[in-house]
Design a protein around this ligand. Structure first.
Ligand code: CP
Length: 308
């Protein structure tokens, strides 16, 4: 089966079969990344451009490693040293990169919908590496991969997503993906950080951590997105931590074998305690490892769309 699309822009638009195809393909690539020689010639001759307008450690590096393990050429476009600082528009910038025959443009941008504009206007495959408050599809795919790998399934699991739901593109992509895969999704946090009418996405809302965590199979802690909060949503970080930081004691309300996830970067002691982040139930670094295999799968599957 092929992924019959040119671009990967969001999880909302993927059906269950497409998500399963990406996760199954990532399993094969995880085997490749475990070999001594971690490289296959699949994308030899292709060019991948990382176009990041926001900071990133995991996603940018992971896409670069994924592309190199598929033998593609990779360019990391540096926004700060580019003609964007002279006023060149996003679309003009991307059109110029495409004119140099880039096959893939991987974009992270503070504006929701920026990748969609490029996808509509370019022949290159566009991959959304996080757009504003909207979506972060490859993060949700690597999260689902990690859950499926650990638990053997996603269907029927109870997943509690904790913290700053309102400003999290990771939460949005995971809500779409996990509900489509048959998980029961709970969201929990301070009322000001839970979006209005989020229940319409098929999730249950909790304001109390212990209730949200009770019987959960998976706990997904989110980073407090201070850079996206235009006003104060809670009195102080200390107050947020007092009520919502995932401590050992709170994690004990979930199932005994519950796995603990965080997309990173972690604010230690604010949304998650260091003991929990580094504890035996934490899969935070496993998520990062799996991100490479998932991004290899996405690049590989999009390259077969017949558009490149
Ligand atoms: N999870 C994630 O998107 O991390 P980066 O911001 O470091 O890419």
């Amino acid at each position: 089966m092929e992924l019959k699309r040119k671009d990967l822009l969001d999880i909302k638009g993927l059906d269950r079969e497409e998500i399963e195809l990406i996760l199954d393909t990532a399993e094969s690539f995880k085997e490749v990344t475990g070999r001594e020689i971690k490289k296959v010639p699949t994308l030899r001759g292709k060019t991948v451009v990382n176009l990041f307008f926001e900071p990133s450690t995991r996603t940018r590096t992971s896409f670069e490693i994924a592309a190199k393990r598929l033998s593609a050429d990779v360019i990391n476009f540096s926004v700060s040293g580019s003609s964007v600082s002279k006023g060149e528009t996003l679309l003009d910038t991307a059109r110029n990169i495409e004119a140099m025959r880039a096959d893939f443009i991987i974009i992270r941008h503070p504006a929701s919908g920026a990748p969609h504009i490029l996808a509509r206007n370019l022949r290159s495959s566009v991959i959304n590496a996080g757009d504003g408050l909207h979506e972060h599809p490859t993060q949700a795919l690597l999260d689902m991969f990690t859950i499926r790998e650990r638990k053997g399934k996603i269907e029927g699991l109870t997943v509690a997503i904790i913290g700053d739901i309102a400003h999290s593109r990771v939460a949005r992509s995971n809500i779409y993906g996990l509900t489509r895969m048959g998980a029961r999704v709970r969201v929990a946090g301070p009322p000001a950080l839970i979006p209005a009418e989020v229940e319409t996405l098929g999730v249950s809302v909790f304001y109390d951590m212990e209730e949200a965590l009770s019987g959960a199979d998976v706990i997904m802690v989110l980073r407090i997105q201070l850079e996206r909060q235009g006003k104060n949503y809670f009195p102080t970080l200390r107050e947020f931590a007092r009520l919502y930081c995932l401590t050992q004691e709170r994690a004990g309300h979930a199932k005994g074998d519950a796995m603990i996830m965080h997309p990173g970067p972690v604010n230690r002691g604010i949304e998650i305690s260091p003991e929990v982040a580094d504890g035996l139930s934490s899969v935070i670094l496993e998520q990062v490892t799996n991100g490479v295999a998932v991004r290899m799968a996405v690049l590989y599957l999009l390259s077969g769309s017949g558009e490149i």
